[in-house]
Design a protein around this ligand. Structure first.
Ligand code: NAP
Length: 281
């Protein structure tokens, strides 16, 4: 391997220590930063994610409630629950775990969260703030990717960044954050005819697709920074990303692993956003 590893676990540990310190300072002023994690239904992956988020809060001096509901909860009842959390002074951040059951309009529920408590950064007010460069909550996964770039003191000015994927929660906000740091940004997606032609030009590549081996060594310029957001399973059932790690790490200058890369950073940035929501009071 020639690429330097950007270790999401190590960086998270460092950032969470600072979160814990800031949380202690707030508690000393009588404010305990609080996160409500709302889970509807029994999706096994969602259950793991919410458990990890709640545990991360507990480990770092934040208060958190797991607000669990059966899969048949009505949309109206969920909206009422969100409204109650909006008005709860012990709660500074609200996260509604997606996906929601099919009978519930996720967009409507996310829009019901008070923007001041939108620590996932999915509300259109948060998306709009990012778009126009105003303060607001940044979605945790791309925010975590930006922190990984910052950790290696990477100056994005004038660099070409290629983002693969254009979802509202990863690809699009990622592109806007890179743009805000003066990168020239290309967004690729499933209708991009020649992905390799794009990625070969990139100084920074962010892969956020959800398919194994979307990025292989022949698609990467030597020395490029490669950030792998993908979460997939390989043939042995082990967690892997979108990037062919073994091959690409021979060509790239920096690379993030899966597991131990963007995943822990996502939860860390949720803690940071929740803390900031409490600090803004
Ligand atoms: P998504 O909503 O399914 O979006 C995937 C994107 O990839 C779409 O924009 C799609 O294009 C594009 N795409 C699909 N096939 C492609 C191809 N062959 N070439 C180029 N682009 C292609 O997924 P997401 O929510 O953004 O998540 C992406 C991945 O990141 C998933 O594996 C997810 O599990 C992972 N993830 C990880 C974390 C973490 O904390 N580590 C957090 C969030 C997501 P179209 O728009 O044209 O369909």
């Amino acid at each position: 391997m020639t690429a330097h590893l950007i270790d999401g676990n190590a960086l998270s540990k460092q950032l969470r220590a600072s979160v814990a310190e800031r949380a202690a300072a707030l508690r000393a002023r009588g404010i305990t930063p609080g996160l409500a994690v709302v889970l509807v239904g029994e999706n096994p992956a969602s259950q793991v994610y919410v458990r990890n988020k709640v545990k991360a809060c507990e480990d770092n001096g934040l208060y958190s409630v797991l607000d669990k509901h059966p899969a048949n909860l009505s949309e109206a009842d969920l909206l009422a629950r969100v409204e109650a959390l909006n008005n709860d002074p012990a709660i500074h951040g609200i996260l509604v775990q997606l996906p929601l059951p099919a009978h519930i309009d996720s967009h409507k529920v996310i829009e019901a969260i008070a923007p001041a408590k939108d620590v996932d950064g999915f509300h259109v007010a948060s998306a709009g703030a990012l778009m126009v460069g105003q303060p607001g909550f940044w979605p945790c996964t791309p925010y975590g990717c930006m922190m990984m770039l910052e950790s290696i003191h990477y100056d994005l000015r004038g660099k070409h960044a290629v983002v693969i994927g254009r979802s509202n929660i990863v690809g699009k906000p990622m592109a806007l954050m890179l743009l805000q740091k003066n990168a020239t940004v290309t967004i690729c997606h499933s209708a991009t005819p020649d992905l390799k032609a794009m990625t070969l030009q990139a100084d920074v590549i962010v892969a956020a697709v959800g398919k194994r081996n979307v990025l292989t060594a022949d698609m990467v310029k030597p020395g490029a920074v490669v950030i792998d957001v993908g979460m997939n399973r390989n043939d042995d059932g082990k967690l892997c990303g979108d990037v062919d790690f073994a091959g690409v790490s021979q060509v790239a200058g920096y690379i993030t692993p899966v597991p131990g890369g963007v995943g822990p950073m996502t939860i860390t940035m949720l803690l940071v956003n929740t803390l900031e929501a409490a600090e803004r009071l």
